[in-house]
Design a binder for this molecule. Structure first.
Ligand SMILES: [Zn+2]
Length: 385
């Protein structure tokens, strides 16, 4: 039999604002912090507990016993009121988490809210909103796969992110912030405090992998890149809708993993490649952590001859969980690791080719250079290396 306080909590939970996690928006929270006065999901409750009871005291709604005073605190505050206090000044470039957000970003969001109170005291956001940041990050070598400390300098006014091998020497590379994508801790890196930076160079994509021991520092770099991008977009498109601009700051990869693909001749053997879907670019690599893709396929709209289908054309060899990607220039025969893997790839690619192209997409298409195939014919957006 549920006791009176448990029933009261169940009633409070039904109120608008309380029926989702106060921190990530997950449905049906099962925990509450009784000093802050909010309902949270299991994952966020774990982060609250890790901050210590001097910041947040969490209990399970059903499995723990509740005191009257603890329940009244939650009734007094609740998720909506707490949000008004702790999220009063969240900078718009900040990535607010949802249930799919990488763990470190969720942790740092919760610590920024309640431990550092960054959104009550905007001067504490200077690290990432000021348009300048410098410091050392561990960067993976292009050839040797070992990580070395490199000094990075971000300057929003110049639209540059530079890194130096020797601190006082010329930068090794100068990246344009406006052309940079940054993905937080793709699982392949095996380090939660890591970033994958990608940009176009000489008609092909370049990937850079970095990490920092301190999760707050790596999160600040991620946020600094987002903030600089947003500010530059706001200057370039003063009348633009902010949500529209926010959607262009950074892209997670909708899907990555090993697939098998044939060469341009469908009698070629299937070879194992690491595929990454990034916006309208489907890249494939020899190794998941390669600095450059071996080939890149631009995914246009279905009305332009792009299609994705289960199975392979008649007469072609079926490798088990095969599927076919048709582009106006080439038909790709691919094979997944399982039925489920194949369905997921088909579904994410279908979503891309169903979406109309934006002007930014057209720029990406134009910048991917035409590469020559072994047969001597021009083959757009792909390579057979
Ligand atoms: Zn949550």
């Amino acid at each position: 039999m549920a006791d009176a306080n448990e029933k009261l909590l169940a009633e409070l939970l039904k109120k608008s604002g309380n029926n989702v996690c106060a921190d990530c928006g997950a449905k049906n929270p099962e925990w509450a912090s009784y000093n802050i006065g909010i309902f949270v999901c299991t994952r966020c409750a774990g982060v609250h507990r890790s901050m210590g009871a001097h910041i947040s005291k969490v209990k399970h709604l059903k499995l723990d016993r509740w005191e009257d005073s603890q329940v009244s605190r939650i009734r007094e505050v609740g998720n909506n009121k707490a949000r008004m206090r702790y999220e009063e000044r969240v900078p718009s470039c900040y990535r607010r988490p949802n249930p799919d957000t990488p763990q470190v970003l969720v942790e740092q969001w919760i610590r920024a809210k309640y431990e550092r109170e960054e959104f009550c005291h905007p001067e504490r956001q200077n690290h990432y909103v000021s348009g300048f940041m410098e410091g050392f990050l561990m960067k993976r070598g292009k050839e040797d796969s070992r990580y070395h400390p490199r000094k990075f300098v971000l300057r929003e006014a110049e639209d540059t992110l530079k890194y130096h091998v020797k601190e006082n020497k010329e930068p090794k590379a100068v990246l344009r912030i406006s052309e940079l994508n940054v993905a937080f801790a793709p699982p392949k890196i095996g380090n939660q405090n890591s970033l994958q930076l990608s940009f176009m160079k000489d008609g092909t994509t370049r990937h850079i992998y970095v990490y920092h021991e301190d999760p707050e520092v790596i999160t600040n770099w991620y946020l600094a890149i987002r903030c600089a991008k947003l500010h530059r977009l706001q200057v370039a498109y003063p009348g633009a809708n902010e949500n529209e601009l926010l959607s262009q700051l950074t892209r997670d990869f909708p899907r990555e993993g090993f697939l098998w693909k044939t060469g341009p001749r469908h009698t070629d053997a299937y070879k194992k490649r690491w595929f990454t879907l990034d916006g309208r670019k489907l890249m494939y690599h020899d190794d998941p952590m390669d600095a450059h893709p071996k080939g890149e396929i631009f995914l246009g709209h279905s009305s332009e001859g792009f299609a994705i289908k289960t199975g392979v054309p008649q007469g072609a060899r079926d490798q088990g969980f095969s599927f076919t990607l048709e582009t106006p220039d080439r038909t790709y025969l691919l094979s997944a690791q399982s039925d489920d893997d194949r369905s997921q790839w088909i579904s994410v690619i279908q979503k891309v080719i169903d979406k109309p192209l934006t002007p930014q997409d057209a720029t990406v298409a134009a910048r991917l250079v035409r590469k020559r195939t072994t047969s001597g014919t021009m083959n757009i957006f792909s390579s057979t290396r």
